[in-house]
Design a protein around this ligand. Structure first.
Ligand SMILES: C[C@@](CO)(OP(=O)(O)O)[C@H](O)COP(=O)(O)OP(=O)(O)OC[C@H]1O[C@@H](n2ccc(N)nc2=O)[C@H](O)[C@@H]1O
Ligand SMILES: Nc1ncnc2c1ncn2[C@@H]1O[C@H](COP(=O)(O)OP(=O)(O)O)[C@@H](O)[C@H]1O
Length: 279
């Protein structure tokens, strides 16, 4: 791929999410399955010889210096000693604080794209490791395969998933991930399961109870979605909730029945990240 190309940064869904413990540094041990879906942010890059990293499209409420795209580019520069720079254009479609991993996916796409465009030559494993400095969710987007993840979300056992159409609802709230993990009432002792035993439909989202109690809009969206599909669940630390349909027409019918004031969309489950093969 070239400098002028559009580089996708897909969303993820957590098909289940169990909290199995807490590390000494406060981070939580999780078990989860990440699935990539075909709803994406899009990034474009322009090369710079002055070495600067500039975000041409700053996000409301996010200072460019703390934007994950800029931080990812700087980290790769520092780690590789690369003297080139880039202007980054981000076309943001995924909601912030939605549990869809948008910011983390943007960061991973920056690492993959600039490693390719700058010719810095880091391996995918090195980029995964680098990405963990930016957030617990970044490595999986670099990894690029649907996967059963453990640890804080950096140890992977890849899984093959059946085709599915997802109806995703966006409750109009931004959930601060740290506040959900910090809640005293969060259940933190789910019994670990073996990756080989997991099948679609197994497990729940342990963060759901806290998120629904603190953000009633999530509870309302989930209650409506469960009437359409009993297996509906929240993704990540919220706010988005989703349901899987094996029949796309059933998913479309549920979307058509969405109550006034609710917003939602359909997405197809991907077999892998669209940049899974890029070097
Ligand atoms: C919950 C998950 C599930 O995929 O997704 P999101 O809802 O954010 O999409 C992730 O584990 C989120 O990963 P990410 O959003 O990258 O989190 P980070 O920026 O690393 O962490 C934000 C804060 O959440 C808490 N945190 C995060 C991950 C984790 N395993 N344990 C934690 O306790 C910490 O307080 C941390 O300071
Ligand atoms: N490029 C980015 N896109 C989205 N959020 C970003 C970005 N850079 C920094 N952030 C910050 O990260 C937070 C979490 O964003 P995001 O990854 O989209 O949500 P989640 O982790 O819930 O899936 C945002 O609220 C925002 O403050």
């Amino acid at each position: 791929m070239n400098w002028h190309d559009a580089w996708p940064a897909p969303a993820k869904l957590n098909l289940f999410l169990h909290v199995t413990g807490r590390r000494a540094d406060g981070y939580h041990l999780l078990q989860t399955v990440f699935r990539f879906i075909d709803r994406c942010d899009t990034l474009r890059f322009a090369p710079r010889v002055d070495g600067a990293i500039e975000l041409a499209t700053p996000l409301p409420g996010v200072p460019p210096e703390s934007d994950l795209t800029v931080r990812a580019a700087r980290l790769l520069q520092a780690h590789s000693g690369c003297r080139q720079g880039a202007t980054i254009h981000l076309d943001k479609r995924l909601p912030m604080g939605g549990g869809l991993g948008g910011g983390s996916s943007d960061a991973a796409t920056v690492l993959l794209a600039l490693n390719h465009l700058w010719g810095t030559g880091l391996t995918r494993a090195e980029l995964e490791h680098l990405g963990l400095n930016l957030g617990a969710d970044v490595p999986v987007f670099v990894h690029g395969r649907n996967t059963f993840a453990e640890g804080v979300g950096e140890r992977f056992t890849d899984v093959a998933l059946p085709a599915a159409t997802y109806l995703v609802l966006e409750p109009p709230v931004h959930v601060p991930t740290a506040a959900i993990f910090g809640a005293p009432e969060l259940p933190r002792e789910s019994t670990p399961i073996a990756a080989a035993q997991w099948r679609p439909g197994i497990g729940r989202n342990d963060l759901e109870g806290v998120a629904c109690a603190r953000f009633p809009a999530i509870a309302e969206h989930l209650a409506w979605l469960r009437e359409q599909a009993a297996t509906a669940m929240m993704t990540g630390s919220g706010a988005c909730v989703f349901a899987a349909f094996s029949d796309p027409a059933a998913a479309a019918a549920a979307l058509a029945a969405l109550p006034a004031g609710f917003s939602g969309w359909l997405a197809e489950g991907l077999e892998q990240h669209p940049l899974a093969e890029i070097r």
